[in-house]
Design a protein around this ligand. Sequence first.
Ligand code: C5P
Length: 229
Amino acid sequence: SRLWLIVPAAGVGRRMQSECPKQYLPLAGRTVLAQTLARLHAAFPAATLCLCLARDDARFDASMVPFADWRRIDGGAERADSVVAALAAVASEAADDDAVLVHDAARPCVATDDLIRLLAAVREVPDGALLAAPVADTMKRAAADGRVAGTELRDGLWHALTPQGACFGLLREAYRTALAQGVALTDESSALETMGRAPRLVAGRRNNLKITQPDDLALAEQILAAQVS
Ligand code: C5P
């Protein structure tokens, strides 16, 4: 069956304290977005890309897209709205059992073998799957005054990374159900969980970082350089 890639890239990146949204910051000679799309294309050259961009995005340039088959989708107010817009835009073309992977534009360091293993899980597991990494640090809950309110049990805690995915029909239904219930969603797994589904955690590289703060760019550059050599 067909593979759909949804890349939400309609964010404004408030935490970067920059005029420029993080997907357009320079990384190893290209934009973060171009690096991310190159990573996805290396693993899945025949996939169809749905790229969610802000309606008034003036920085996007089609030369950043290596896919032969792709469309531009108007993003929404939140990441979840952008993903829902993409799912709705292709609903008439997609079959329920097509695979969908959703990957943040701000994660340019995702490795090819992690992408391949994740897609295999999405095709195999009926509840969907996500790349994830076990938590290594001791986890503290903070009180409002910035002091420690308690220690969370680290055992069994994972960082949810992207891509995350499921079959098209299930993912669309999951988003519909979750949004109807007013659940705030920051990833696909949360949507699937509201339907009682239990997506599989696929252990991926911890260095699949999300560009969030200005100093993440230098780190991402080192990770990319190490992966290519
Ligand atoms: O802000 P955050 O890091 O959670 O954003 C994750 C991804 O979702 C980014 O690639 C961002 O561009 C995208 N996004 C979006 N539409 C929004 C907000 C964020 O596509 N309204």
